[in-house]
Write a protein that binds this ligand. Sequence first.
Ligand SMILES: [Zn+2]
Ligand SMILES: [Zn+2]
Length: 150
Amino acid sequence: MECPRCKGHHLMVKDHMGIEVDACRNCQGMWLDYHELDELEDRVLADDSVKGSMVYAERASVISCPKCAKRMTTFNYRAYDLPIDFCVDGHGFWLDAGEEKRVLDLMKKRIKDLKRVHSAESEWAGFLKGLASGKSTSGGLMGKIKGLLE
Ligand SMILES: [Zn+2]
Ligand SMILES: [Zn+2]
């Protein structure tokens, strides 16, 4: 496969934390097959149910998939300010130099956040509680929901 960023540079198979990735020597970017990004995250946080949604703010990318040459899509990784490119046909993800480290750092941050609220469940419960207490007047969101049910 050719590097999506550097014309003429071919990706070389490389071991990254026990995952076989295709990396570019020129720009240090790296291609992960679809399931490999999840495997990379699992090195830090293995429980998928607390990771949250991965894809936010999708928009057209400027690079093409090295597997199918289709224009890729850029998204913000898990609502953080980390743009990652992926192929909508499910071929994989392109991480620019250093982005795989940021993925792991953000997973570690997520663990810290989760520890602070004990679990994703209580995080959600706290969110609902906040809604209820903040907007408990009849004109608030909860009032509207109640109104819909009546
Ligand atoms: Zn490159
Ligand atoms: Zn593709």
